[in-house]
Design a protein around this ligand. Structure first.
Ligand SMILES: Cc1cc2nc3c(=O)[nH]c(=O)nc-3n(C[C@H](O)[C@H](O)[C@H](O)COP(=O)(O)OP(=O)(O)OC[C@H]3O[C@@H](n4cnc5c(N)ncnc54)[C@H](O)[C@@H]3O)c2cc1C
Length: 251
């Protein structure tokens, strides 16, 4: 008599295995990891159903990072995805704190992790020119978007890193300006704010993707609005901020 209930319990368990709050969960296996910059580690994953992953460059997934007691959820951008090979790559900033550091240090081929998504509103919109700002955590997102920038669109990226050793090369027709902290701690600063102050907006319709440390994102977004940038042509998101553990900030 209670079989239908049992079945619905099994169905619910199967659904939770595949979805989290309506978002798909992707089982991933580490296949390789290598350092691509002093503070940037690329991890390549394979997944049995990654050929079904549909995403837009700039979007992220939430990794369920094992922490001993359970999992810690952290946002990471999809840097590369090869549908035919069923692989994806994520570039991790090695900033020296948090659960990601020890997990990444111990990670080896064959290890498992679950990714949930894709999610996020940071992706290319139709425009004559595009403005991107961010720090190291945004290089994967900005590069993924630049990779799909139409040839007839202009792109201008202002990216904050520690020093020129942290520059990650990219073939692109966009203009990338690297900004250096020169040993100062990452966090609230005026590096990309000041750089964008000196940037004359080109003619035509622009779209701004303002991502990175939350205080820096908020300050620049307000300034762009003051300079007459249309509110609905700015995608802004705080990727991290000092003291904040995981998550993201709506700006
Ligand atoms: C949409 C989105 C996409 C993102 N994509 C990427 C990505 O592709 N690659 C990537 O590396 N990160 C990315 N991030 C940022 C990443 O989710 C955060 O940096 C996250 O806090 C990392 O988790 P953690 O375990 O390392 O540190 P947490 O445990 O979350 O934090 C521990 C401490 O470290 C500090 N901290 C966190 N990040 C940094 C940092 N970058 N520099 C200095 N201190 C920091 C925190 O403020 C906190 O005090 C993304 C964030 C969002 C919202």
């Amino acid at each position: 008599m209670d079989r239908p209930q049992q079945n619905s319990g099994l169905l619910e368990a199967a659904h939770n295995f595949i979805f989290r709050k309506g978002r798909r969960a992707w089982p991933l296996t580490v296949i390789a990891k290598r350092q691509i910059a002093p503070r940037m580690l690329r991890v390549e994953f394979s997944g049995p159903d990654l050929d079904e992953l549909i995403w837009t460059p700039g979007q992220d997934v939430v990794l369920e990072i094992p922490n001993g007691d359970g999992v810690s959820r952290r946002h990471y951008t999809i840097r590369l995805h090869d549908s035919a090979a069923k692989t994806m790559a994520i570039d991790f900033v090695l900033h020296g704190e948090g659960v990601s550091g020890p997990w990444l240090a111990a990670l080896k081929p064959g290890d498992f992790v679950t990714a949930v998504g894709p999610r996020g509103h940071t992706y290319l919109r139709p425009a004559d020119w595009h403005l991107f700002t961010g720090d190291e955590t945004c290089i994967p997102g900005i590069f993924a978007m630049l990779g799909s920038l139409p040839h007839n669109a202009q792109g201008f990226a202002f990216i904050e890193v520690d020093s020129d050793a942290d520059i990650v090369p990219l073939q692109t027709h966009a203009k990338i300006t690297w900004l250096f902290r020169n040993g100062a701690k990452a966090g609230p600063n005026s590096l990309f704010y000041d750089a964008v102050e000196k940037f004359d907006f080109p003619s035509g319709a622009g779209f701004a993707y303002i991502i990175g440390e939350t205080n820096n994102v908020r300050k620049l977004r307000h300034r762009l609005l003051d300079r007459g940038f249309p509110r609905d042509r700015i995608a802004a998101e705080g990727y991290w901020r000092p003291g904040r553990v995981g998550g993201h900030d709506h700006v």
